[in-house]
Design a protein around this ligand. Sequence first.
Ligand SMILES: *[C@@H]1O[C@H](CO)[C@@H](O)[C@H](O)[C@H]1NC(C)=O
Length: 484
Amino acid sequence: MSADSALPLVLLAMAMAMLHLTLSSVAATSYPDFQLLNVKQTLIGTKIPRPIETSEYHEAAGVGENQGKWKLKLVHRDKLSSNAAATFKDYEHRFHARMQRDVKRVASLLRRISAGGDQDGGAAYEANAFGSDVVSGMDQGSGEYFVRIGVGSPPKSQYMVIDSGSDIVWVQCQPCSQCYRQSDPVFDPAGSASYAGVSCSSSVCDRIENSGCNARQCRYEVMYGDGSYTKGTLALETLTFGRTVVQNVAIGCGHINRGMFTGAAGLLGLGGGSMSLVGQLGGQTGGAFSYCLVSRGTDASGSLVFGRGAMPVGAAWVPLLHNPRAPSYYYVGLSGIGVGGTRVPVSEDIFRLTELGYGGVVMDTGTAITRLPTMAYNALRDAFIAQTPSLPRIPGVSIFDTCYNVSGFVTIQVPTVSFYFSDGPILTLPANNFLIPVDEAGTFCFAFSPSASGLSIIGNIQQEGIQISFDGANGFVGFGPDVC
Ligand SMILES: *[C@@H]1O[C@H](CO)[C@@H](O)[C@H](O)[C@H]1NC(C)=O
């Protein structure tokens, strides 16, 4: 694996969203400096996506369970039939709502890190973190990507939000003293032969941050930064992923829940801590999983694959870094960014994770838009503007300050944006991952945003279409080689 880590990676986007990905050992400066972005094609993709029906979801879930891996279909919230057409009339509304959620998500990540050493956002929250103004806007819902899994025996199918930045697996549970609305019936432990409560003396209970005890049963409590929370009983339960059955997974059985997880029954924590699904599956999967977030505006679904067999040959591997202040988060070493094949003049130090746990670069599935420290963002944006003199600028929209009216163009040429990782690999993004439509009329914005803090976050729009693999046991994240 380490032999591969020296190989740079180039991702090229061609017109008509034809992606070609090649591994190359040539110097960064010899990469193509410009790409074509097909404006017309991209705008067609802003039409309301064809929603995925639950029946359809069942058929496709859990394919490819062999060679030490199992695969689930991964769907963006805007494609769930319960949300898509009903919630937001058009692309512009959906997009603005997504940006509002994004601002909350980033604020919550920052709070969790500054609170420090707190695995699930629970312990370090001030009592007023919910019930106050942070709750407003929560009706937009939490969670961007969903999978469908079976809970209990016999398995009851439930939608789960996936979150690479948190560590607990939980579902809403009967008897429910407070539950938000979800699309499937709320899970009832009384109807499951495999449900087993965890006692307070169990070592599993010790591993939960903010655990408690009630009638000798282990209690858990997780509060998320957007005002959502879940409280209930810790249990061991069987989870079914397609045809793969995993017994004795420690899950939170939430009797008091708040937040709109967009109809999902709960959350599948995929973070780097021991209580996340990946942490618990350690022995069976070697802490390995891989995902593909499918590009906006396509009818395809993404995928989430568990197991060592999911680790691709030929990916560009980058070491993961650990931050004791935020053990759930997957940090990567970034040394720079580039535009049009030229490194933007910012010091490598700006991306460094300090010994005290500040700064650094987190890979997050729950954040849409990549955040960079203001100095780095400004330098990146200025370089991009300098290399797009012929594109008509218009005033900023939403969280973006660099937008263009390209309604009169069929295709446009844009300079390549690249991430330079610490020990060599270079990830060059497809044009659709950094110049994105904010309405159906042809307003496109440069999809990066400044962060008020030193923390950088690589968001899901920048990750789209690229196979991303986490090898927790060996401490690497891989990019490519597949496009999806
Ligand atoms: C964008 O340009 C078109 C002409 O190509 C014009 O009709 C339209 O009003 C412009 N939109 C904005 C928001 O400037």
